[in-house]
Design a protein around this ligand. Structure first.
Ligand code: PBG
Length: 330
């Protein structure tokens, strides 16, 4: 570049000039708000490692979803913490399950709000892994093909309750195809799938595991099914498979540490591409802000615009209501 008279700083002199040439913007429709639903009523139990987030009973989850909708947020994603956990997570596909109840109640209160249900078993199993555990020659492993039929049951049950989207986060091979087949066979060709397509085995899920109660019970880690943080070509293969199997939206998770993956996925496939700013990312910003070590509100906005700059169509984030509120005031 050889423009001796070009002085970029001139365009940064005032806020109106900066606004005029800003390439990326945030809007309430960029966000999907995750909610943790627990049994009971009138429950809003703070999650200590996720300041400002709660374990909500269904009635309180409805209130939170309504507040989000009033702020212009188009979608929520639900995670359930059942009363009883067992080895296969059988609460996950019950008609009376906690997420099924929450879906029905939220759709009744706000039919236009897009309701997504996270399909996985780690919140429902007593061992905290995302699928069925078997013994392979003395080693305990999550069995891919025994998990698929259970995911199919869970997906059908979420659809029957009224979910708009099933969002599988288990990372089993072939799950998108299995879920699509199950939904279609149940006559639910209308229900969509958001695939956690490139989900990494990450240390940043810590506070989430506190929120769903799997932190204490989980033995070992999830590296035999979640992706290795060193890989990006593999992420493209994972995403391609999920699209081929019928995913409507693809997601990369965690978020900020994997923006290179977000950018490659968006550029390669041009699909609706979302990123999950996970619990640990949120907790880091909140904790530092609580110490007065950084300006939490500015860090929130800066982290979120980074997702858009990388090409994400939207972000799953615990900041969703807060940022939407902030945007409404600005
Ligand atoms: C379930 C699931 C996890 C998250 C979303 N779905 C945890 C995990 O894989 O252990 C993490 C979300 C977050 O950290 O905010 N499989």
């Amino acid at each position: 570049m050889n423009y001796p008279d070009y002085r970029p700083r001139r365009m940064r002199r005032t806020e109106n000039l900066r606004r005029m040439i800003r390439e990326t913007r945030l809007a309430p429709e960029d966000f999907i708000y995750p909610l943790f639903v627990v049994p009971g009523s009138g429950v809003a139990k703070p999650i200590s490692s996720l300041p400002g987030q709660f374990n909500f009973s269904v009635d309180k989850a409805v209130e939170a979803a309504q507040q989000a909708a009033d702020l212009g947020i188009p979608a929520v994603i639900l995670f359930g913490v059942p009363e009883k956990k067992d080895s296969v997570g059988s609460e996950a596909w019950k008609e009376s399950g906690i997420v099924q109840k929450a879906i029905r109640a939220i759709k009744k209160a706000r039919p236009e709000l897009v309701v997504m249900a996270d399909a996985c078993f780690c919140e429902y199993t007593d061992h905290g892994h995302c699928g069925v555990i078997v013994d392979h020659n003395g080693t305990k492993e999550v069995d891919n093909d025994q998990t698929l039929p259970l995911l199919m049951k869970q997906a059908i049950s979420f659809a029957a309750a009224g979910a708009d989207f099933v969002a599988p986060s288990d990372m089993m091979d072939g799950r998108i195809g299995a879920i699509r087949t199950a939904l279609d066979a149940a006559g639910r060709t209308d229900v969509q799938i958001m695939a956690y397509a490139a989900k990494y085995a990450s240390a940043f899920y810590g506070p989430f595991r506190d929120a769903v109660g799997s932190a204490k019970t989980l033995s070992g880690d999830k590296r035999t099914y979640q992706m290795d943080p060193g890989n990006t070509d593999e992420a493209l293969r994972e995403v391609e498979l999920d699209i081929a199997e019928g995913a409507d939206m693809v997601m990369v998770k965690p978020g900020l540490p994997y923006l290179d993956v977000v950018q490659r996925v968006k550029e390669t496939f041009g699909m609706p591409t979302f990123a999950y700013q996970v619990s640990g990312e949120y907790a880091m910003i909140k904790a530092a802000a609580q110490h007065g070590w950084l300006d939490g509100e500015r860090a929130m906005l800066e982290s979120l615009i980074a997702f858009k700059r990388a090409g994400a169509d939207g972000v799953l984030t615990y900041f969703a209501p807060r940022v939407a509120e902030k945007l409404a005031k600005s």
